[in-house]
Design a binder for this molecule. Structure first.
Ligand code: AKB
Length: 336
């Protein structure tokens, strides 16, 4: 019996996962299979949800037996702050979990005699900056991660590149084209429809969600001068889909920086106050989390993505508010 051709999304309950499912289903995909530790709240947009772990080999084997996979969006991960509390567990999930999905992709590519497209979300956490480094950072610079999450992400990038180019190179089974691995090093992401869980760049989306509830001031865990690259979720989803659609021959690389704006905490707070004048931010600095973001670049160079697949952010800080955050919050207020 022929196996159903599917798109597999791991980490479906995460912020990128939820927004990607929305986008793909609106674009007509009706063959999405999702895998997440938790049940999926809304299964109307997908073909099937599997509740379980990317570390459960039986689940991976069952997916391999039941489906023909064209594309894997491997989004399941433990983010940077959570990973620092449990680095061994983080390594298991972020590295061994990713290896399980790469192994699945190679088995599928071999079985179907066609490469599986594999999207891997990397991060600005792969960079480890000491003081006085000139920004914006290029993909080949400062690859000296200071967090277990950043180390995990950098290693998984290298695993993806290795298995897409050198798999079995010393054996007669050498077949370099079983895995079409593509990766984006995401900046901080701001989604107005979902909440961040366990990242260190969470302070910006947390501030926005706090202002939108207008219940309490926001207690920020980094100082007001802190600057990181960010983008809003619609641009992130657009970038993923654009990168995955590009003909492979156009891509000179497999890993790309993208970003849209790099506001300081203070600047973002002032922007929020233009819409929520009474919103206040207090500061209770978490020194370790401050050190983590201090090691990340305040700006990244996005020229590779521009040249290879014409990447440009659609949203800057101003129209992110006027065209994304505020219209959504107003519609939510009307419907509540
Ligand atoms: C995190 O803060 O861990 C993530 C990231 C920047 O990769 N949002």
């Amino acid at each position: 019996m022929s196996r159903k051709k599917i798109i597999l999304i791991t980490g479906a309950n995460g912020e990128i996962g939820k927004n990607l499912i929305d986008y793909l289903s609106k674009s007509g995909s009706n063959n999405i299979v999702t895998l997440d530790l938790q049940p999926l709240e809304d299964t109307s947009k997908i073909y099937k949800h599997i509740t379980g772990s990317i570390l459960d080999q039986q689940i991976i084997d069952d997916v391999n037996a039941d489906y023909e996979i064209s594309t894997i969006y491997h989004l399941a991960a433990m983010l940077s702050t959570k990973s620092e509390y449990a680095p061994f567990n983080a390594n298991q999930v972020n590295v061994n979990g990713t290896l399980n999905l790469i192994d699945l992709a190679i088995k599928q590519g071999t079985m179907n005699n066609s490469p599986v497209q594999f999207f891997f979300p990397s991060s600005i956490a792969v960079y480890g900056l000491d003081k006085n480094i000139v920004n914006p950072i290029k993909e080949s610079e400062c690859l000296n991660p200071k967090t277990i999450y950043g180390m995990n992400k950098l290693y998984c990038e290298q695993l993806g590149i290795y298995f897409s180019k050198n798999y079995h190179r010393l054996t007669k089974d050498y077949s370099p084209d079983l895995l079409d691995f593509r990766s984006i090093r995401f900046p901080g992401l701001i989604s107005i429809t979902t909440h961040p869980t366990g990242g260190t760049s969470d302070y910006i989306p947390e501030m926005l969600h706090s202002a939108s509830k207008s219940e309490e001031d926001y207690e920020c865990f980094v100082n007001k001068e802190t600057r990181l690259p960010f983008m809003i979720m619609p641009d992130a989803i657009d970038a993923i889909c654009k990168l995955m659609k590009v003909q492979k021959s156009y891509l000179k690389h497999q890993v790309y920086n993208i970003s849209a704006f790099s506001p300081s905490v203070e600047l973002f707070h002032n922007k929020i106050k233009t819409y929520f004048p009474d919103f206040n931010v207090t500061y209770n600095i978490n020194e370790e989390r401050q050190k983590m973001v201090n090691g990340w670049p305040s700006e990244v160079c996005c020229e590779r993505a521009l040249y290879d697949w014409d990447w440009k952010a659609k949203y800057n800080l101003d129209n992110a508010f006027s065209e994304y955050f505020i219209p959504y919050l107003k519609s939510k207020a009307v419907n509540s």
